[in-house]
Design a protein. Sequence first.
Length: 215
Amino acid sequence: MPPSNHRQTLWFILALSVVPLGACQGEATWKRPSPGLKRMIEQPRVDAYEGEQAADGTWKGNMLKPPQGTIPYSPVPQSSRFLSGYSENEPVAFIPTRIDRRFLERGQQLFEVYCSPCHGSNGQGKTPVSQHMNHPPPSLHEKEMRALKEGEIFHVISQGEGFMPSLANQLSENERWQVVSFVKALQLAQHPRTGALPQPVRSKTQASQSTESEP
């Protein structure tokens, strides 16, 4: 065999021997990454409220613990009459929660913000806003308005009526009942139930009404 052909054969044999070595080296270099690298393809995650067991055997959740001294809170379950103003498909004739001075004063504050622009602070419905309405709101002191039960007023505040929008997104159920309490107090202040008043006050009220009815 000529020397040149012999050298070509040696180079060919050497080349074939190097290829497997390179392949082995590549296999070792590009081995599968460990999960610790947090590759985008395989991202370990924990679903909400899902726990995991730590190395020491304790069970840990993925939610952050609240600061020390935090008071747990959950809404108190309420009756359907508190949430809707109705009981057995009939409007309730009372406010289904405890009423005190603070409750009533809060109702007045909310009434001034959300109701008085149209109904007026006194409930008469004569305001700069209502004067520009094609269908102004009625006075809250009309006989039909005073005959409404507490549950009906609550329903109107919650669902809206006519051109009045719902205030359910602005006022919670408790705040709506606070407004109802003030509406009833407003009506009662201008149209007192004489029979429910103490005797001294009843006598003065009756005397005043008699004087006003005289020509």
